[in-house]
Each structure stands twice: as C-alpha cells, then as structure tokens.
Design a protein around this ligand. Structure first.
Ligand code: ADP
Ligand code: MG
Length: 299
C-alpha cells in the first residue's frame, strides 16, 4: 500500500480545498454504516449515518456509550473501512489516514514518554515531512505557546498533569494545521474542574484560530458547551436521531433556563423515544428529513 501522507499533505495546502465554494461542506458523511467482523459475527456500530461539517464548525457527535462515536471518528480518520456509504473531505473520498485529519484521544498515554513536550509536538510535522527541522520547531513552539506550555517545552510527559498532557496533544494536533481536528472524549478522564478549564481553553483556541472541530462526547452538557452543532446518535447501532443548533450556548450559559431545557430535551431525544425502526410510518412527519432524523433548527 502506498503511504498517503504526501498526496494528502499537498492536498491540504493546495488549491483544491481553497477553491471549493465557501458554503459547501468540508466533511461529508453519507449513509455511512460501520461494522466489526469477528469470525462469523458482524457487529454493526453505526447504521446509515449522514451529516455535513462546514469550515470552522464545532460539530459534536453525542450519544450513549457503544453507539459508534469512536468508530465513526476512526472511519473519518481513515482507520476503519465503511461497509456502506462514503466519507469525503474537501471533496476527496477518505480511504486511508492522512495528516489533514488528526485525532486527539482521551488517553493520557498518547504522547511517547521518551520524547520531550517539544519533540512530541514536532514529531508528526517531521514524520509527515510537512516541515523541515527549523520550521517544525518554530511551528511547535508557536502552538505550545497557544496552549500555555512554552515553559514546559523540555519537560517529559510523565512530569505533566493529565490536563497538561491533553494540552500537548492539542498543540501537536493543531500544529499539523489539519483540515479537521478530531477529538474523541478528550477530557473524559479529567477531574470536573480541569475538564471545565479545558473546555474553556478549547473554546478560546477556537476563537483565536477558527479551526474545524469534530468532537465526540457522551456528556450532554459538554456537547452544549463545546458545540455549535450537535448530532444526536441513538443507542447501538448508532443512527442519526436529531441535529441540534447549539450556537447560542457557551461556557457561561450552563446554569441558564434555556441551557437546562435543551439539555432535558436532548436527554428525551436520546433515551425516551423508541428507536426509529419501532416508530413506524407515523414518524415520517414533515420535520423528518431522513429516516429517524428530526431536524431542530433551534431549541
Ligand atoms: P462509542 O465510542 O460510542 O462508545 P464504539 O465506536 O467504541 O462506541 O463502539 C460501537 C460498537 O462497536 C459497540 O457496540 C462496540 O461493542 C463495538 N465495537 C467497538 N470496537 C470493537 C471491536 N474492536 N470489535 C468488535 N466490536 C467492537
Ligand atoms: Mg468511544
């Protein structure tokens, strides 16, 4: 298999993405079903999922554990094949991993422990031949400053707190200037206060850089704080249940009545309604634009 890095790396800085119309989706997920096959058994993780992510969206995939969020992210990253449907980034079909899609995971051990913070952030820039050594170091220091870790450039990961490790992982991902930053429950293993702080910092970074974010969480509150658009996925196998416009919420709306009522509404949509298959034809009401999907412009 030929390594994808060069073609994708050049595509990410080339004219193809730049010439796409501003209102066309950056990431398109079309009827995507994802399966795991073990021996004779096939486990369906997601079923015919559709969504579009636009430039500078903070798009959240929200659903209960086991509904296929991580599998969807893996498929978008190019690590998991689609059984049905297609994924396209800037008009090009996603078939394998590439430096235009970088993932930040939940686990604190995603940083090689034998590399310093600076070396960790530089590593993908060098390994993908995106930049030469000097430029890679400059870029890495720039993004370390953005996450407030300039003073820790020469530290090793084991000397850092969980929150600091996640900041390094975010700096490393942003330094690659991916077309889309993929985050899989990145703050789920942090204590509540640190988690809140990291959500704040992520939003401040987005205010600064306006990167495109695809963020996975099972927390309704986190989805409302982080996202401008939220896709609700039903329990296993994950199907799209609704898409919610959440741009009006932010860090400081959490105690507010509108935030609380939306959180409750999401909870009902996720857990109280029967699965789309069991709902029958009555659900093909005007609000439903794809099977089982309720589009809520504003809630
Ligand atoms: P989520 O991230 O929403 O918790 P996952 O994408 O991890 O969900 O998993 C979706 C479904 O796929 C689950 O039912 C899980 O049991 C199944 N699954 C995940 N990974 C594997 C695997 N490696 N082999 C078989 N089944 C898997
Ligand atoms: Mg997961």
């Amino acid at each position: 298999m030929t390594p994808p890095a060069l073609s994708l790396a050049s595509a990410s800085h080339g004219p193809a993405g730049a010439s796409a119309p501003a209102d066309s989706p950056l990431l398109q997920v079309r009827g995507v079903s994802l399966d795991y096959t073990t021996g004779n058994t096939v486990v369906r993780a997601t079923h015919q999922v559709d969504f579009n992510v636009f430039q500078a969206d903070r798009f959240v995939l929200l659903g209960p554990s086991g509904c296929g969020k991580s599998t969807l992210l893996k498929a978008i990253a190019g690590f998991h094949p689609t059984s049905q449907g297609e994924i396209a980034l800037a008009g090009e079909r996603v078939a394998e991993p590439g430096p235009d899609r970088i993932v930040v995971f939940q686990e604190f051990d995603q940083l090689p422990p034998w590399k310093t913070v600076l070396q960790n952030v530089m590593f993908p820039l060098r390994a993908s031949r995106t930049l030469g050594r000097k430029e890679a170091e400059e870029r890495a220091r720039h993004y370390l400053a953005k996450v407030g870790l300039s003073a820790f450039a020469d530290a090793y990961p084991h000397t850092l707190s969980g929150g600091m490790k996640q900041r390094v992982a975010i700096a490393r991902a942003l330094a690659m200037q991916p077309k889309v930053l993929l985050m899989d429950e990145p703050f789920a293993a942090l204590d509540a206060l640190t988690r809140r702080k990291m959500q704040e910092e992520l939003l401040a970074l987005w205010d600064d850089i306006h990167f495109t974010l695809l963020f996975v969480t099972h927390s309704i509150e986190e989805a409302l704080v982080v996202g401008n658009r939220i896709l609700l996925l039903s329990p296993h196998p994950g199907r799209v249940r609704a898409e919610i416009n959440a741009h009006q919420f932010g860090l400081h709306s959490q105690g507010g009545a509108e935030f609380q009522s939306t959180a409750q509404r999401i909870h009902r949509l996720l857990f109280d309604t029967p699965a789309p298959d069991a709902q029958g034809a009555a659900d093909a009401a005007p609000a439903v634009d794809v099977p089982g999907r309720v589009r809520l412009a504003a809630v």
